[in-house]
Design a protein around this ligand. Structure first.
Ligand SMILES: NC(=O)c1ccc[n+]([C@@H]2O[C@H](COP(=O)([O-])OP(=O)(O)OC[C@H]3O[C@@H](n4cnc5c(N)ncnc54)[C@H](OP(=O)(O)O)[C@@H]3O)[C@@H](O)[C@H]2O)c1
Length: 281
């Protein structure tokens, strides 16, 4: 089977590449090779490769950059996803589109389900919601996978950043009013491939089990890594950022379990494995 993974240099793309069986032909172009914001580039690439399955991970994921450059965010995240969906339509390929917990406003006290009403509060969230609309409108055979707080092998992620800071400082201030489920790309890649094999198209939430605040996440990171640093809880106002973050965006994974019979392990277990693999224990 020919599989195309857009955004080939990103965290999730790397994990997917590692999880795919050897008998697949896998194409993982980076932004220079396949810029999803240009339809002619996308069309040419599809004409050359003729993928049967496309896993669309490419996105502008820096939430503050999206806020400062909304035109670029919409071009890459919304129009880029439309370009990929259109090409999938034209070349009869299935599409797995990766979406986010940030399409929700975070005001709920309950877990968000697949049919909860989206209401993004920042440009990144808007651009990713628009992408979902395009995928749904243009394709019949699609999966939309919503996930949260991703980390894994790659250039930069929250876990790496916190370990770096914790090693340099005696005191670390961390926000304690944002809640979600940290999700390890290796686990997500396994779930995405199971979903792809199921042919049960639709929208699915997919995160590691459980949830925490940013502060609880950092507590666990430094406990596992054995770093001696004092943590101080602060509110989001303490670190003013261009984009506001939704407060509580925990996604329910029940549908994935009911329809696909799969649940990702707990976020604590996954984090421990990541720290072991990346040499931080
Ligand atoms: N990270 C999270 O916490 C999180 C949470 C929920 C959902 N998601 C979603 O999950 C997916 C994967 O996230 P990730 O953490 O793996 O992201 P990532 O590491 O930032 O990777 C995204 C990749 O997309 C590439 N890209 C940017 N603009 C592009 C363009 N115009 N054409 C082609 N490629 C382009 C980037 O390349 P350059 O670096 O060269 O620009 C980068 O390699 C994204 O769709 C994201 O929205 C992420």
């Amino acid at each position: 089977m020919k599989i195309l993974i857009s955004g080939g240099n990103g965290q999730l793309a790397r994990a997917l590449r590692g999880a795919l069986p050897a008998d697949c032909s896998v194409f993982t172009p980076d932004r220079r090779e396949l810029d999803v914001s240009s339809f002619s580039v996308v069309e040419d690439y599809f004409a050359r490769v003729r993928p049967e399955l496309v896993i669309h991970t490419a996105a502008l994921t820096n939430v503050d950059r999206c806020e400062k450059e909304p035109g670029l965010a919409l071009l890459v995240n919304a129009r880029g996803s439309r370009n990929i969906a259109l090409a999938c339509q034209g070349f009869n390929a299935e599409m797995i589109h990766i979406s986010t917990n940030f399409i929700f406003n975070g005001k709920s006290k309950d877990f968000y389900r697949e049919d909860s009403l989206p209401d993004p509060i920042n440009i990144y969230g808007y651009s990713k919601l628009l992408a979902e609309f395009f995928v749904k409108e243009l394709l019949k055979n699609y999966y939309i996978v919503r996930t949260s707080w991703l980390y894994g092998e790659g250039e930069d992620n929250f876990v790496k950043r916190m370990i770096g800071l914790a090693c340099q400082r005696k005191l670390l201030c961390v926000v304690d009013d944002q809640w979600a489920a940290p999700s390890y790309t290796v686990d997500l890649a396994e779930g995405i491939l199971r979903l792809a094999a199921s042919k049960k198209y639709g929208i699915y939430n997919m995160t590691n089990k459980g949830y925490c605040s940013r502060l609880q996440w950092v507590k666990e990171i430094i406990r596992i890594s054995g770093i001696d640093v004092e943590l101080k809880a602060v509110s989001s106002d303490y670190f003013p950022t261009p984009a506001v973050r939704p407060a509580f965006t925990v996604l329910s994974n029940d549908l994935l379990e009911q329809k696909i019979g799969f649940r990702l392990r707990s976020w604590e277990e996954a984090l421990k494995e990541y720290c072991q693999r990346s040499g931080n224990i």
